[in-house]
Design a binder for this molecule. Structure first.
Ligand code: ZN
Length: 361
């Protein structure tokens, strides 16, 4: 996510802080200073930092369960409205997703339990605030609230994920997601209305509601896209009639040729073999930096990705999204029967719009 700073790594997972979160800490410190002097400012800032340490533990628990199912966790980022664990994928089996989701609120409850023991059994309530509220007691209740809030059955909150996993036992993944998304968005609207009318324009709640609403919609879209792509093979989606460029052609000639048709990405050949890939943009950049007499071979990428015709398009999409290859060649035995480009996905999704997505097998 743009605008965030890495502050460290826990168990190999980078922990990042978004710049807006730092602004929030500074703002809370400033507000405390104005309202009650340095000690109040210090207490407020300790509280917010300790709270977000609890949020990191919550996200870490999701991440560790996801990782145990083979999902790569890219980072945990702290935002003013909470933490986000970015994962490359989601566990696909419903019980795995349910377990990954439920450990978060359970972790928050466990932290609350530990704080209860420290404050009430060991009688160490932590530094006391300006209004005599002890830090650990405040943190305990906040963790209980975090657990409760996350258990709302509002997708993409943890409770919404558990709900989808339960629904997915009775119907296919896409339908379960659609229901969970609608419920999540319904909850988001209710939370926003409550924030505006019942809680006197609570901007925090409204922000969280917007976040839930957009997050639910986005994830619903991803799941639908994935389902469509899983039902299509590279052999079905590939472009069979494609142009190639010669490695030794000058850029000026290649570009004149490349701008004639609709194709944006070109396999580069030397004799009968494909030796690289070049995009229209590569040609333009090359023309600008190296001049018209340099050749296609000088600006092409030599990283050529290939898949068999029966590879499913969801996997091909993931390979393109991860970067490294913009065009994928579809190889059948020792010949290239077609290419898949980023436009192929858009075409497939347009072609399948209005049709029910294929059932996941
Ligand atoms: Zn969570």
């Amino acid at each position: 996510m743009g605008g965030s700073i890495q502050i460290g790594r826990i168990l190999g997972i980078p922990v990042r802080v978004h710049i807006t979160f730092l602004i929030l800490v500074a703002f809370i410190g400033f507000a405390g200073l104005v309202a009650g002097g340095p000690s109040r400012a210090l207490w407020s800032m300790i509280f917010i930092v300790a709270l977000f340490a609890c949020v990191v533990l919550h996200e870490l628990s999701h991440s560790l369960v996801a990782r145990s199912y083979g999902v790569r966790v890219e980072s945990i980022t702290l935002l003013p409205i909470g933490g986000v664990a970015s994962m490359e994928d989601m566990p696909r089996k419903p019980h795995e997703e349910a377990l990954m989701a439920i450990v978060g609120p359970l972790t928050s409850l466990a932290i609350a339990g530990a704080l209860y023991v420290v404050a009430n059994v060991l009688h160490y309530p932590g530094p006391v605030a300006y209004d005599h509220r002890p830090l650990f007691v405040m943190l305990m209740w906040t963790n209980v609230m975090i657990a409760g809030f996350n258990l709302l059955p509002a997708f993409p909150m943890d409770g919404g994920r558990v709900l989808r996993a339960i629904l997915a036992h009775y119907m296919d993944h896409v339908r379960a997601t659609n229901i969970a998304v609608s419920l999540g968005q319904g909850f988001a609207v209710m939370i926003a209305l409550a924030g505006i009318f019942l809680l006197n324009m609570n901007i925090w709640l409204v922000l969280i509601a917007v976040f839930i609403f957009l997050g639910a919609g986005q994830e619903g879209q991803q799941v639908r896209t994935q389902a469509v792509l899983e039902g299509i093979s590279a052999g079905q989606a590939m472009i069979r009639r494609f142009e190639t460029l010669d490695r030794n052609s000058p850029l000026s000639v290649a570009l004149a040729y490349a701008t004639q048709g609709y194709q944006h990405d070109f396999p580069v050949v030397e004799g009968d073999t494909i030796v690289g890939i070049v995009t229209r943009q590569d040609l333009l950049n090359g023309l600008h930096h190296l001049g018209p007499q340099s050749t296609v071979g000088e600006v092409m990428t030599t990283n050529v990705c290939q898949v068999p015709p029966d590879a499913n398009m969801a996997d091909v999409y993931r390979r393109i999204a991860q970067g490294g290859c913009n065009v994928i060649l579809v190889r059948e035995g020792d010949r290239i029967s077609g290419i898949v480009t980023p436009e192929s996905f858009r075409d497939q999704l347009i072609a399948s719009a209005g049709q029910p997505p294929p059932r996941p097998s």
